[in-house]
Design a binder for this molecule. Structure first.
Ligand SMILES: Nc1ncnc2c1ncn2[C@@H]1O[C@H](COP(=O)(O)OP(=O)(O)OP(=O)(O)O)[C@@H](O)[C@H]1O
Length: 903
């Protein structure tokens, strides 16, 4: 194909200079896409494709009007594409184009989503070999829409991933070593929705990064922060990336802060999903813990509350302070309502600050800033007017921003911006009268001339005795006096005709021409001056970005706290008693989400030194999972500073919450369920500590029974003996309930159900002790399994319980086989005799029903056993099943099998 020239050629060569997936290039009043990019946007955004020919070839082309680019840009970026935008500018001999911005998921400013939008960088240390054995990691997070900037350290890979999940970034810049770490990259891909972007490696270089960071934040903050070197590299690379993409928001990043994982409860991505923190297992927002407790009035408040839930705290003093505010707000019903009403008028100041620094804030945005600044003193008044609120930490929250500076900025905006300005910044009407002398003069004169023009028709009629006269303006004729044809001949001499129409003639006069020139000049000057002044104003506001962020933060904090108070007051939640370490005692606890839709049966939890490990049993569907999640949610809410759904609660603070529950979505990611189950278990066993809360639901279920029981058993021993974490373990393996007799801190609890005449009633009450049966058949019945199958299952179960022979039902064409299930070993035995299984049930050799059939003739020769087989039987007889762990049993069985096979 010949090389494209002209506009397509320009497009294709610009495209080569960027690593963005899509290029939008301005061509006059349109942004155009060509070639493969046109096909991509046509497909993704439903744009119409046309063809553009260049040098004998034809290229697909699609376009959007200049002012409509934003929504298309947003849609593309939200689908994970990086989009370069090239603008057109005038040159001496025509125009040229240049890429002015690359919009990526982490640098998209035009978001309408209230959620935080983090851009993250991850850097692995040890590149100099000093820490080669145990690389440590540095992370940085920036939200360009609010200017938040944080750095954090990751001790190892797991810790780093946990930090990443906590912020749920939309875009990640992996550092030079990280991008070669396949496993880490894979985990980031799997567990976040982030786009991975390879930003130039030099920007991560420690010296360069440090320089960039100092330039941005100054020397002092860095010295005050306890930040490891790789975190500075990460921070530097983010700053250079934001600069390079042309987002123009560096100025909104006013402060750098450290995120200390020591202050936060470890809560990995799996646990956030399992507890349905921000979305349900099915991916819905509705029904999540956040959606349930979110009663915030502002989007900034909602964003903060979500952050609190995702990053619960460990510091008792921080939590008690939040509790005091929530407590005061919960009891001051009227003042709380008033606060929430006032908050309703607040806009998202952090986002507005970013828009101002980026230069995209319009006059209405500045009005929003002005009104929101006005909310702060009103909030302060409400707090002051209530004795309890006035004494709570709320008072100092609203005092934190510099109130005088707030008042000054607000006053300045009040004097400057018109009461109800238009949203376009180029059409005038933006500023208040009295703000600027020259502008006022221009406006006065402009109005005066316009009045003169407005009254011209009447004057002409009167002075010259004309009827049918109008004065108007259009693009080609400018201002004109239009006179009806019937009187057109009677116009005075100084009228100059400029056009003849069917029923009228158009004239101008020297005076009108002069006024026209003046009006145009004044309009231009007014527009220019207003825009100039507005830009200056916007810059003044941008210069106060830090102040806006402070006020935004204060309002968001009050909003999040009153949201917690409102939900607590309306749902009868209580303030938990927090302890630095120790027991967990919840009296009449409820699940915060399930209680909203169900007549909830409250339950107690008692986990103390001597019962720190609860084995939870109970029929299917009885409420085991709900009970365990309820405990986790209550602890989590307590560590957010919230009240909790209970009658009374005493909560020993935890350093992490770990869960392993049946997952739904792993198969979609192409990993075997059991593999996922084990890697999650492994993560818990590596990371949990004595101060952690561990929730295990049905661990081991994903594999064969023996393997499953063995793993559940040994994990229990390890958690109990080595880690000593507070653990709740729900299981169907009845065998595990026996552990309570051997391990001192293990206790059994069960969710009770009542069975009468074959009908099961779920009581939802948790009681001490193990359950005695499983009721699985009842659930099968409820689920609509055909009656003959359910009836037969009941029959089989009855026989199993009595250790009686079960006759395998045939289809009538073959002889039935008899076998028994040995409850003590959990194995299926072939009947030794055709009339019953008593003897064989004790024989213990592991054999499936099928092997039983095929080896029937051997068994008939029982008396003439070979010596090796007799030895195996003798060994078998000696084993005390109740005293042997499943793991040991399993290995013995395997050994016997081997010995039998060797025969
Ligand atoms: N305390 C309670 N009060 C009222 N309803 C409850 C309570 N606990 C659980 N439920 C309801 O009972 C149903 C089953 O609960 P859950 O899933 O926790 O059972 P499970 O024992 O874990 O089941 P399985 O063993 O089959 O996984 C859910 O619909 C839940 O909403």
């Amino acid at each position: 194909m010949t090389e494209a020239t002209g506009i397509v050629g320009e497009f294709l060569s610009l495209k080569e200079t960027t690593d963005a997936e899509v290029l939008a290039m301005q061509c006059g009043d349109f942004y155009e896409f060509f070639d493969a990019d046109a096909e991509l946007v046509a497909e993704e955004l439903d744009l119409k494709l046309s063809q553009k020919s260049s040098h004998g070839s034809s290229y697909p082309m699609a376009g959007v009007p200049l002012d409509d680019l934003t929504p298309y840009l947003k849609a593309l970026v939200e689908r994970g594409y990086r989009v370069a935008v090239a603008d057109q500018y005038e040159t001496d001999d025509g125009h040229a184009r240049e890429i002015v911005r690359v919009v990526t998921p982490g640098t998209l400013l035009e978001t309408s989503d209230a959620d935080a939008q983090y851009l993250a960088a991850v850097v692995e240390d040890g590149s100099d070999g000093a820490h080669a054995d145990t690389p440590s990691y540095g992370l940085a997070f920036a939200d360009v829409t609010t200017g938040r900037f944080l750095v954090a350290a990751g001790e190892d890979r797991a810790d780093t991933l946990t930090e990443l999940y906590r912020f749920d970034p939309v875009e990640v810049l992996p550092g030079p070593a990280v991008r070669n770490d396949d496993e880490l990259v894979q985990q980031i891909r799997e567990r976040t929705d982030a786009t991975l972007t390879l930003h130039e490696a030099e920007s991560f270089a420690p010296k360069r990064a440090e320089h960039v960071v100092r330039e941005q934040f100054g020397r002092e903050p860095l010295e005050g922060l306890d930040v490891p070197r790789p975190a500075i590299s990460a921070a530097g690379s983010i700053l250079s990336y934001v600069e390079e993409t042309g987002a123009g928001v560096l100025a909104s990043m006013t402060r750098i802060a450290t995120h200390h994982s020591d202050d936060h409860v470890t809560l990995d991505g799996t646990t956030q999903r399992n507890l349905e923190l921000t979305e349900t297992m099915q991916g819905d927002r509705e029904g999540s813990l956040f959606a349930t407790v979110d009663r915030t009035e502002t989007s900034a408040g909602g964003r903060l509350l979500k952050e609190w839930l995702q990053r619960p705290r460990r510091s008792l003093s921080v939590l008690e302070e939040r509790q005091r505010s929530v407590g005061a707000l919960a009891s001051a019903a009227l003042a709380r309502d008033e606060l929430r009403e006032v908050l309703g008028a607040a806009y998202d100041l952090e986002r507005l600050a970013s828009k101002a620094t980026h230069g995209s804030a319009d006059a209405q945005d500045l009005v929003a800033v002005r009104e929101t600044l006005g909310v702060l003193p009103q909030i302060a008044d409400v707090i002051d007017s209530d004795a309890e609120l006035g004494e709570s930490p709320l008072a100092s929250i609203v005092d934190r921003p510099d109130r005088t500076a707030v008042a000054d900025l607000r006053e300045m905006l009040e004097e400057a911006i018109a009461a109800d300005p238009p949203s376009t910044v180029t059409q005038g009407g933006l500023l208040q009268r009295g703000y600027h002398e020259e502008l006022d003069e221009v406006i006065d004169r402009h109005e005066e001339v316009r009045r003169w023009l407005k009254n011209l028709a009447d004057r002409e009629k009167r002075q010259h005795g004309l009827s049918h006269v109008t004065v108007d303006r259009n693009k080609t004729d400018g201002y004109y006096i239009q006179v009806g044809k019937s009187v057109a001949d009677a116009v005075p001499d100084h009228y100059e005709q400029i056009k003849t129409l069917k029923n009228s003639k158009r004239f101008t006069t020297p005076e009108l021409e002069e006024k026209e020139r003046e009006v145009l000049r004044l309009e231009e000057r007014r527009g220019e001056l207003e825009y100039e002044l507005f830009e200056q104003l916007r810059e003044d506001v941008a210069a106060e970005a830090a102040l806006l962020q402070d006020v935004g933060r204060a309002l968001a904090t009050v909003d999040a706290l009153s949201s917690l108070a409102t939900h607590a007051a309306e749902n009868g939640w209580v303030q938990p008693d927090l302890r630095r370490d120790g027991d967990l005692e919840i009296d009449q606890g409820r699940h915060p989400v399930v209680e909203q839709t169900t007549e909830f049966v409250p339950n107690d939890v008692r986990m103390t030194d001597d019962r720190g490990f609860l084995v939870v049993t109970g029929p299917n569907m009885s409420g085991k999972s709900t009970y365990m999640r309820q405990v986790a949610c209550i602890v989590l809410l307590a560590q957010v500073g919230s009240f909790v759904p209970a009658r009374e609660a005493e909560i020993g603070l935890v350093d992490g919450i770990f869960t392993r529950v049946g997952a739904l979505d792993e198969l979609a990611q192409g990993r075997s369920t059991f593999m996922v189950e084990m890697s999650e278990l492994s993560n818990i066993l590596h990371t949990a500590t004595e101060e952690s809360l561990v929730i295990l639901d049905e661990v081991g279920r994903g594999t064969a029974t023996y393997d499953g029981i063995s793993i559940a058993w040994s994990a229990t021993e390890y958690l109990h003996n080595e880690i000593r974490a507070k653990t709740l373990f729900a299981t169907h393996y009845h065998e595990l309930t026996g552990l309570a007799e051997h391990l001192p801190r293990v206790a059994n609890v069960h969710v009770a159900a009542d069975e009468r005449d074959g009908d099961v009633t779920f009581l939802r009450t948790v009681r001490d002790g193990p359950t005695d049966r499983s009721y699985g058949i009842h659930v099968a019945d409820l689920a609509g399994v055909p009656d003959p199958v359910v009836d037969r299952a009941r029959d089989v179960l009855g026989r199993l319980r009595e250790e009686k022979a079960i006759e395998a039902k045939g289809d009538g064409s073959s002889e039935p086989v008899q076998a028994v299930f040995d409850l003590s070993s959990g194995t299926m035995e072939r009947s030794a005799t055709t009339d019953g299984g008593e003897a064989a049930s004790k024989s213990g050799a592991r054999a499936s029903l099928e092997t039983a059939v095929s080896s029937e003739t051997d068994a008939d020769r029982e008396t003439g056993l070979e010596p090796e087989k007799a030895d195996v039987l003798a060994d078998l007889e000696e084993v005390d099943v109740n005293e042997t762990s499943p793991v040991e049993l399993l290995s013995k069985v395997q050994e016997w099998q081997r010995r039998l096979e060797d025969e």
